[in-house]
Design a protein around this ligand. Structure first.
Ligand code: PEP
Ligand code: CO
Length: 468
């Protein structure tokens, strides 16, 4: 009996999104194989649980009110090959270090999310890629096809969806182990900085770690239990791009009978798939997860109004995040109108800034890069516009890695255009390296501290050599 109610609920869900136009889906040569894979995926356990998802939604609700700040970070595209313990550890560590800087600087809880454990599918501007007269399908992320430029590798293979599930599960398992098993203990905050070469961002982090140590000692001496400092909550997030995959992982919660996309805690709709009548919107309008929508420079005030009505008709706090990625040249001009439209809906919206995707450029030597200064400028503008509009910046969403790559030009340990070739490893978009990520966190912490004038945090302002 219960089983059939659940089945009907899921059938209804599937029929609804299938009735809408869907863009950016892989053209699988063998659709029967896709169906077989999805049957298999539907049998697999959920990756996240309704209780955790609800908890995140409540935390996001606080961010809309200025009682928390959200930090989302991770690769543009995760790859199966780089889902190793070392890479994952450095990525989690980078996000945790940034979160410590933000928490300490702003005196606010920071909601920590990784573009991790599921960020394996990419929307592409062009369906095909041509090299030396050979045209093949574009790389759409490891969830769809291989990066290698051969016909075999570039042909979308549904079996990769099973691998996606497998890698997501393993990654999530490691994240849970790191963040719940003692590695993220605040008493070890100093250790996170070990092994990195000397530079101003690290010196500054070290000073911050010393202040945290002192505060912890003080708490210990006064008898405050340190248990709460031992673990952190860390949530998974990815773009809900592949409808078959997200559909297979959408489940009915046995308690509330609501639908949850159990592939991640937070899922977002990308700039290329946010059509108001599209399948992606229809799908995510029906699940209870906190969800996001990216807004590029073509977004209008009407889009914001419709998105708020479609995706959060009941005005649930934390349900809807709008992630602007307008580019530093356009943000001051476009964002005010979007914010006003959001405010006029009367519904809570978490506004986040993605300072990466509107700021991608190509160098003369052909590298896709971003300039650190334009990334910082978009974040700065995001804060300024919020202040001018009397609104609250909810968080930042960035592409980063814990490794010392050279993909973004700038930062105190200046990567110049010639240095890009040294360690350019991304398969899709350029990422902040570990040190640039920390520098960005310090800048955002300063801006957050300014929003809270009661907070006199000298640890943050005494580093003139960083030039912020
Ligand atoms: C991304 O986040 O990697 C991405 C493709 O972003 P957008 O949809 O904003 O272009
Ligand atoms: Co990207």
């Amino acid at each position: 009996m219960e089983h059939s109610v659940e089945q009907l609920h899921l059938q209804d869900f599937e029929a609804a999104w299938r009735a809408c136009p869907a863009v950016q889906q892989p053209a699988y040569p063998d659709v029967v194989e896709v169906q077989r894979v999805c049957v298999e995926l539907k049998r697999r356990p959920p990756l996240v649980f309704a209780g955790e998802v609800n908890e995140l939604r409540e935390l996001m609700g606080k961010a809309a009110k200025g009682e928390a700040f959200v930090l989302t970070g991770g690769d543009c595209a995760e790859t199966f090959a780089e889902s190793t313990a070392d890479h994952l550890k450095l990525k989690v560590q980078t996000i945790l270090q940034m979160a410590v800087v933000l928490t300490y600087g702003a005196g606010l809880p920071v909601v920590k999310m990784g573009r991790m454990a599921g960020q394996y599918a990419k929307p592409r501007s062009a369906d095909t890629e041509t090299r030396n007269g050979v045209t093949l399908e574009s790389y759409r992320g490891d969830a769809v096809n291989g990066h290698e430029f051969t016909r075999e590798s570039r042909t979308p293979n549904p079996k990769r969806l099973l691998e996606t599930y497998q890698y997501s599960a393993a990654t999530l398992n490691l994240i849970r182990a790191f963040t719940q098993g003692g590695y993220a203990d605040m008493r070890r905050v100093h250790e996170w900085n070990k092994g990195f070469v000397n530079n101003p961002a690290y010196a500054r982090f070290d000073a911050l770690a010393q202040s945290i140590d002192a505060a912890m000692q003080f708490m210990k001496a006064t008898g405050v239990p340190a248990d709460a400092m031992r673990t952190v909550d860390f949530y998974s997030a990815h773009e809900a791009l592949l409808l078959e995959y997200e559909n297979a992982l959408t489940r009915v919660d046995s308690i509330s009978e609501d639908l949850y996309d159990t592939s991640a805690h937070f899922v977002w709709i990308g700039e290329r798939t946010r059509q108001l009548d599209g399948a992606h919107l229809e799908m995510l309008s029906r699940v209870k997860n906190p969800i996001g929508v990216k807004l590029g420079p073509s977004a209008t005030a009407e889009d914001v109004t419709h998105l708020a009505e479609r995706l959060n008709p009941e005005g649930i706090p934390g349900r809807l995040t709008l992630i602007s990625r307008l580019g530093n040249a356009s943000v001051r001009e476009i964002l005010p109108g979007l914010l006003r439209a959001g405010k006029a809906t009367g519904k809570p919206i978490v506004w986040m800034c993605d300072p990466m995707h509107g700021n991608t450029v190509k160098t003369a030597s052909g590298y896709k890069t971003r300039h650190f200064e334009t990334v910082l400028d978009e974040v700065r503008a995001f804060f300024e516009v919020h202040e001018a509009e009397g609104m609250i910046p909810g968080g930042i969403h960035v592409e980063l890695t814990g490794d010392d790559v050279t993909e973004i030009v700038g930062g105190t340990e200046t990567v110049d255009e010639a240095a890009l070739a040294k360690r350019y490893e991304t398969l899709v978009d350029p990422r902040l390296n570990h040190q640039q990520s920390l520098e960005l966190a310090f800048m955002v912490a300063e801006m957050l501290a300014k929003l809270r004038p009661g907070l006199q945090n000298t640890d943050l302002v005494d580093f003139p050599e960083m030039g912020f």
